[in-house]
Design a protein around this ligand. Structure first.
Ligand code: ADP
Ligand code: ASP
Ligand code: MG
Length: 593
């Protein structure tokens, strides 16, 4: 009999009436001949209320007790949902994460699922029950209750669908599906019929809260098709699948991360191992670092900037101050009033001018870009928090995301398939029973055909990036990685980017002719780009940190880094390329499939 997993989010079970409506959807699915597992979240804002309560009792509640507390929200919902189904005359059994046998590691509030036993679930389903599973929770080897992170019920649902080899995983929520951006922020956002795992994963991890990012890692690894749809209507929703029937060229969606903070560490000794000293302290604390940017140092000093979620700033500064002494930093600055605006699209790498279009849209809105970080599937910029929504709107308009792309705008899905789905089916069987969220890498490689250009001491003003990349694009130069960050000097910024080696001289000429006054323009074609590819590379903070560690141990300095869910790329000196590649191959040998 087909198996369906249905997940109902907080708003979808916020009142007894809504619980009854969700119960009816589950019963209908069973009546259509399916075995049904229902995953539920805590009612309404209950998780927030519990967090608030905890902080009233203790400002820094112990992590274990916090998970114990938060898991009760879902326990209330499962019991009520089972009662509602009984009231309609059908059989239902509610289960906590521990009762199902969802085994996780012990990282409270961010636990990762290791294994899920299906025996009890299958028996209950075979006995004709609708099984109601508590989302967001599991249990570690010592039977401590753990939670998976905010929004984690999506991950419970997709993980259950994966182990049960379910035919469908339906995510019922308070919007009609996945939109080009949050429809609550921009009413002109358009609902998508289909979106690829890669794009959804990237969007989810940069602010599209409609899906928990780790749920999409599961979906991609175990090939679970997901349908995101409304709890309150029968509208068809949006499908998240490996390969949508058509993928638009360029950008498919945009997102805003409002609660971001930036940190800059000034005057770091520019030698192998400095970044590792800093980032290992953040990785140990499981802090997700984004937009890591290292300015090419002068006088053997470099400035390192990065962003973290604002809620983790305090802990981040604690960690950074520890490291600052060791790496000889002269100062640490931070800004807690920034927001990150990003655009995502798997076809982006094949197109020129995407970054330039984004910078231009933001410049036209009169908004200053503080930091830039690009990757093959995403471009992120950091702006003042108060300007975040206006920047999002400008970008959404510039890429015409409110209108459906024409069919002509479709690119070769097969090429994408070849690039992303290598051996996924082999991974699946081995991981299902061992460690479901284990790091999964598919490739480690090196390219040496790129050159780096660095502009430092550039006066920081709206339109700067637009001006530079407009000119470079107009000269027919193909720009790959771009990073911009604040300089140590107020009002100044540095921009580094890579171009094909053959275009280096031409690009240098073009830049020197530009009216903008750069403190210094330098270029090098002696660089190598090392890339590690896999699934969920940003949530697995160990990848970036492992790269820093392996390269530092080999005495290799990292000049640039960029990260996406698909890949982490670092630029190193060309002479270190081959040795760097070998160091990474050794480091990640166990995670490669
Ligand atoms: P649930 O409680 O059902 O899990 P969430 O609040 O976690 O619901 O997720 C749904 C919300 O996600 C929507 O109300 C919407 O505001 C927000 N959202 C953010 N980005 C997007 C997007 N790209 N598409 C759809 N919804 C989005
Ligand atoms: N109740 C949890 C939260 O609010 C999990 C979830 O809703 O997915 O984050
Ligand atoms: Mg959610």
């Amino acid at each position: 009999m087909p198996i369906i997993v249905q997940k109902f989010g907080g708003t979808s079970v916020a009142t007894p009436e809504k619980i009854a409506a969700a119960a009816r959807k589950a019963i209908r699915a069973q009546q259509l001949g399916n075995q049904v597992v229902v995953v539920v979240s805590a009612m309404g804002a209950n998780t927030d209320i519990l967090i608030d309560l905890a902080h009233q009792v203790n400002e820094e509640p112990p992590a274990r007790e916090m998970d114990m507390l938060l898991s009760t929200g879902e326990q209330v919902s499962v019991a009520l949902m089972a009662m509602a189904i009984h009231k309609f005359g059908h059989k239902a059994v509610s289960l906590t994460g521990a009762q199902i046998g969802i085994k996780t590691d012990s990282s409270y509030s961010k636990a990762r699922i290791k294994t899920i036993s299906t025996d009890r679930l299958k028996k209950l389903l075979d006995d004709g029950n609708i099984v109601i599973a508590a989302g967001f929770q599991g249990v570690d080897d010592d039977f401590n209750i753990t939670t998976l992170g905010r929004g984690g019920s999506d991950t419970t649902a997709v993980a259950l669908a994966a182990v049960l080899k379910a035919d469908a995983c339906e995510i019922y929520t308070d919007v009609d599906g996945v939109y080009t951006t949050d429809p609550r922020l921009l009413p002109e956002a358009r609902q998508m019929n289909q979106i690829s795992y890669d794009e959804m994963l990237e969007l989810a991890s940069i602010g599209a809260g409609v899906m928990h990012n780790r749920s999409i890692e599961f979906a991609k690894k175990f090939d679970v098709p997901i349908c995101v749809r409304s709890s309150f209507s029968d509208a068809p929703g949006s499908m998240i699948v490996a390969e949508p029937e058509s993928m638009s060229v360029g950008v498919c969606g945009a997102a805003l991360t409002r609660d971001e903070a930036s940190v800059t560490i000034l005057g770091v000794s520019d030698k192998p191992g400095s970044s590792y000293e800093i980032f290992k302290r953040l990785a140990d604390r499981k802090i997700t670092v984004d937009m890591i940017i290292q300015n090419i140092g002068e006088a053997d000093k470099a400035d390192i900037s990065f962003t973290v979620p604002s809620g983790e700033l305090k802990e981040t500064l604690r960690a950074v101050k520890e490291a600052a002494k060791i790496v000889g930093a002269s100062d640490v600055t931070h800004d807690d009033a920034v927001a990150k605006v990003s655009v995502v699209g798997v076809g982006m790498a094949k197109q020129t001018g995407v970054a330039e279009k984004m910078f231009q849209a933001i410049a036209k809105a009169g908004i200053n870009i503080q930091m830039i970080s690009t990757s093959e599937i995403k471009i992120s910029v950091l702006v003042a928090r108060s300007e975040g929504p206006a920047a999002l709107r400008a970008v959404h308009q510039a890429f015409h995301l409110d209108t459906k792309p024409a069919d002509a705008n479709v690119w070769d899905v097969n090429a994408h398939r070849a690039r992303t789905t290598r051996s996924i089916s082999e991974i699946i069987e081995s991981l299902r029973t061992v460690n479901m969220e284990q790091l999964t890498l598919v490739d480690i490689s090196m390219t040496a055909d790129q050159a780096r250009i660095t502009l430092s001491g550039v006066p920081d003003a709206p339109g700067l990036a637009s001006n530079i990349f407009n000119t470079v694009a107009a000269a027919g130069i193909f720009v790959d990685m771009i990073v911009q960050s604040c300089d140590g000097v107020p009002g100044e910024t540095s921009i580094s980017f890579t171009v094909p080696e053959a275009q280096l001289d031409h690009c240098m000429e073009v830049l020197k002719k530009m009216k903008v006054q750069f403190g210094k323009v330098s270029g090098s074609n002696e660089i190598a780009k090392l890339s590690v590819s896999g699934i969920g590379l940003r949530s697995h903070t160990s990848v970036g940190i492992g790269m820093f560690e392996a390269l530092a141990a080999a005495g290799i300095n990292v000049q640039m880094i960029n990260t996406s869910e698909l890949r982490v790329n670092v630029v190193v000196d060309g002479k270190d390329g081959q040795r760097g590649l070998e160091a990474l191959q050794r480091k990640f040998a166990d995670s490669l499939v």
